[in-house]
Design a protein around this ligand. Structure first.
Ligand SMILES: NC(=O)c1ccc[n+]([C@@H]2O[C@H](COP(=O)([O-])OP(=O)(O)OC[C@H]3O[C@@H](n4cnc5c(N)ncnc54)[C@H](OP(=O)(O)O)[C@@H]3O)[C@@H](O)[C@H]2O)c1
Length: 245
């Protein structure tokens, strides 16, 4: 049994991409602070496993099969979280794909389009579907998991970098639209984390000089952003990188 704290007692969170990697670590960390967590991704078995671990530790969680690229699926996710736990306070827009890892010239159009559809349009879907629920609660937090590559493009990652550059602009625009409603919107940049997404790149030592961290190392910043007072920071970028983002 994990130690249970109460920084998020009474709060309800949705974490997209909670089946593995960074999203799973954030979902577990929030639940250990008392939040009820809606764990969402396409692989139902993985999100069920995250939710089961939360429940086994004495927390509250549901697993929802969601494709963030599909707006109806995202609306269903928000509805299920509200119905299960009576509201929504925190949305972590974390679900993402790593992209083609190819030059523009070598890349294939469908992969490029899919990266944008998941990482950027998927984030837009999550925000659009969640905002009415956050307003019903009188405030809340939106945390977008971005990337340093969205600010500092490098060769061979055009689809991923463009999707995350767009996510950063969505964060800033949304923060201004929602400030008057007590909803803060910030971006969390994890820097390199050892997950399924980065396995190959870690093996090639692409991140020399960086802090190659575990998903659990990202959870304290996600918790910080979920527990700031209102008014608190909004439209800001919080990074765990060692280089300039
Ligand atoms: N790892 C890093 O070094 C790093 C660095 C900077 C930023 N990030 C960002 O951190 C986030 C999480 O990455 P990660 O490294 O934890 O990757 P990961 O281990 O591959 O996990 C990605 C999660 O997103 C879900 N997902 C992917 N496509 C989805 C879709 N269409 N609808 C719903 N869920 C979807 C995956 O589940 P399903 O495939 O089952 O749907 C999985 O649960 C991403 O946004 C990534 O860009 C990661």
């Amino acid at each position: 049994m994990q130690t249970r704290d109460s920084q998020l007692r009474g709060k309800v969170a949705i974490v997209t991409g909670a089946g593995r990697g960074i999203g799973r670590a954030i979902a577990l960390a929030y639940a250990r602070q008392g939040a009820a967590v809606c764990c969402a991704a396409r692989s139902m078995g993985q999100v069920q496993e995250t939710a089961a671990q939360i429940c086994a530790e004495g927390g509250r969680a549901i697993a929802v099969c969601t494709d963030v690229a599909d707006f109806e699926s995202v609306e269903r996710m928000v509805r299920e979280a509200e119905e299960a736990f009576g509201g929504l306070d925190i949305v972590v827009i974390n679900a993402g794909v790593g992209g083609a890892q190819q030059s523009v010239e070598a890349s294939d159009q469908q992969t490029w389009r899919t990266t944008i559809e998941v990482n950027l349009i998927g984030a837009y879907h999550c925000a659009k579907a969640a905002v009415p629920a956050l307003k019903r609660r009188g405030g809340g937090k939106v945390i977008a998991v971005g990337s340093g590559l969205g600010q500092r493009g490098i060769a061979g990652v055009s689809d991923y970098a463009c999707s995350k550059a767009g996510l950063w602009m969505l964060t800033r625009v949304l923060a201004q639209e929602l400030a008057q409603h007590g909803i803060s919107v910030n971006q969390l940049i994890p820097g390199p984390v050892v997950t399924q997404m980065t396995g190959d790149q870690m093996a090639r030592n692409t991140f020399e000089g960086e802090w190659a961290k575990s998903p659990e190392d990202v959870a304290p910043l996600a918790l910080f952003l979920a527990t700031q007072p209102e008014p608190g920071p909004t439209g800001q970028n919080f990074s765990l990188m060692r280089r300039d983002t």
